[in-house]
Unconditional design. Sequence first.
Lengths: 115, 115
Amino acid sequence: MAIAKTEEFTQEAVYLADIAKALSHPARIQILKILTEMDVCMCGDIVELLPLAQSTVSQHLKELKRVGLIQGDIEGPKVCYCINSSSLKKAYEQIQKLFNQLTKGGSKSCETKKK
Amino acid sequence: MAIAKTEEFTQEAVYLADIAKALSHPARIQILKILTEMDVCMCGDIVELLPLAQSTVSQHLKELKRVGLIQGDIEGPKVCYCINSSSLKKAYEQIQKLFNQLTKGGSKSCETKKK
DNA sequence: ATCGTTCATCGCAAATATACGATAAAAGAA
DNA sequence: TTCTTTTATCGTATATTTGCGATGAACGAT
């Protein structure tokens, strides 16, 4: 109330939701970890580490690429995927900003709000 | 290679993906912000701040409640929603853990991996 | 030119998600 | 009891997601 209905969502919320969507599948979380922790980058290698078909892994890679969290360098018939550090960093900063707001937000517990 | 196919996903990845799924819609991001920034807690109040029908907002609240990020205290016919600080904190810690791993992961760029 | 490797895309099926209006349930107020 | 307020749930429609096998495209090697 007082604050007018936005009729849309904020840019910040749309961005964060989009990043969250890209992270909303266990396979995609694990792909990101595989790309950082292991000396591996090819789609085929990732397929061997996940219980999914090649075409499915390819789709997950596409989704991660869509939001910019990873990038793929074409190497002849192969593609070398890797983390896009700057995008990842930007995403993390926005996530931190969100959670800092959510956690600092004075102890407005249910008890406090009840009137 | 070397590491056997898991045949499933890790517990950590499943948990993080579930939290991310709850955050994967702009309305739900904004609901969390509304609950922390404004002195508001009722479903009806939130409906007025979002371009969505009451039943839709109720569904979003249900999804946030499902993963424990918020809780709802019944107040007669009303329900006072608020952030569940401990769950939110736990989620944030896991997210920080993930991103710290992803960002620190030595500069294994595509260039580095190409062999 | 043909083969093998690697990956993306197509086509399809099943499951989920999103959204709304209508209705039900719960509880205080008249 | 009946009305009002508030929220959840039902039913429905549409869109998106997830997954797979099959196929196609790109390219190096033979």
